[in-house]
Structures are given as structure tokens and as C-alpha cells.
Design a protein around this ligand. Structure first.
Ligand code: FAD
Length: 146
């Protein structure tokens, strides 16, 4: 686990209050296991005081991706980040999913932003079958279906 700075590449609004944050971080891009998360400081000041936790949604080259839902001030501040902004993070955290155990098929079930880790998880389930058509929330925020 390290404390480091990651650089914002882009923040894209996917739908309503759901955003996709891409950050450049060669150091972290190789170290995440699907299901792990980071604790992110959304601002340079003391407000909000506490870091906000977010799952790693995916990794692509030197970039890590987060999917987030806007609930309060912290996530609202994240929507205003622009390319080149630095974010202070504590990562990687959590145990992550067991992707190389003695099983053939994984069933992935998620609701709302619980689906955030699925893109990286499906990559890391190499050689395994997986089913992930069981994703639901209220219609306006439906993100991933099979
Ligand atoms: C391990 C972990 C991983 C997470 N991964 C993700 C992720 O990948 N994507 C993501 O969008 N979120 C994720 N979350 C939730 C995310 O951390 C919070 O939504 C975020 O911290 C809210 O911060 P805020 O400053 O915007 O809201 P706050 O100011 O903290 O809260 C504002 C109001 O919204 C309510 N609220 C806050 N978060 C939620 C929530 N998740 N659901 C319902 N009500 C809420 C609070 O009770 C409060 O009333 C994760 C949480 C944990 C513990």
C-alpha cells in the first residue's frame, strides 16, 4: 500500500450522475487486483477532510479507471477535475476477488455502482467462463447489461 499522486486524464459524464474518471498512474496500473479500491483525497484543502473510497473499475496501459456516482460534495468536486489535476491516493486497498481459484465459471452479480469492478474482473478471469448478465438498478442509471 502506498500514498501517491495520480494524474487526471479525463472525467466523462456517462449518464445523469454517473461519471468515468481516467487517471495516469504507471505505478498503480500494474498493482491492482479486481475488487480492490483506493482512498482518494478529492481536494487539496481540508474540506472534505476524509478520503473517499472508490473501486478500481479497469486498468488500461498506464491508466486506471474509476466509475463514480455523485452523492455529495466529494464526488461533486471530482466531476470538476480536469486533465493534469493531481489526486492524492492511498492504494491498493482490500483483498480483491479470487480469480485464479479452482473453479470453471464465475457468476458476477452487481447492482448500481456495485458493477464498477466488473471490467477489470472480467479481464482477470482469464481462462474462466463468466456470466454477468445480472446487473440491475433503476432504469435511468442502468450502466452495464449483457
Ligand atoms: C470500498 C468502497 C468502494 C466504493 N467504490 C465506489 C465506486 O467504485 N463508485 C462509487 O460511485 N462509489 C463507491 N463507493 C461509495 C463512495 O465512496 C461514496 O459514494 C462517496 O464516498 C460519497 O462521497 P461524497 O463526498 O460525494 O458524499 P458524502 O458527502 O460522503 O455523502 C453525502 C450524502 O450522500 C449519502 N451517500 C454517500 N455515499 C452514498 C452511497 N454510496 N450510496 C447512498 N448514499 C450515499 C451520505 O449518507 C450523505 O447523506 C465505495 C465505497 C466503499 C466503502
Amino acid at each position: 500500500m502506498i500514498i501517491t499522486e495520480i494524474t487526471v486524464s479525463s472525467v466523462e459524464q456517462l449518464k445523469n450522475h454517473i461519471y468515468h474518471l481516467k487517471c495516469y498512474s504507471p505505478a498503480l496500473a500494474t498493482s491492482f487486483k479486481a475488487g480492490q479500491f483506493l482512498n482518494l483525497k478529492v481536494n487539496d484543502t481540508t474540506f472534505p477532510l476524509l478520503r473517499r473510497p472508490f473501486s478500481i473499475s479497469d486498468v488500461n496501459g498506464d491508466e486506471i479507471y474509476l466509475l463514480f456516482n455523485v452523492h455529495g460534495e466529494g464526488t461533486r468536486m471530482l466531476t470538476h477535475k480536469v486533465k493534469g489535476d493531481l489526486l492524492d491516493v492511498l492504494a491498493p486497498l482490500g483483498c480483491g476477488f479470487n480469480t485464479d481459484g479452482d473453479f470453471d465459471t464465475a457468476v458476477l452479480i452487481g447492482g448500481g455502482l456495485g458493477v464498477a469492478p466488473f471490467p477489470l474482473l472480467t479481464k482477470q478471469l482469464q481462462g474462466k467462463r463468466y456470466l454477468h448478465s445480472l446487473v440491475a438498478e433503476v432504469k435511468p442509471t442502468l450502466l452495464l447489461t449483457d
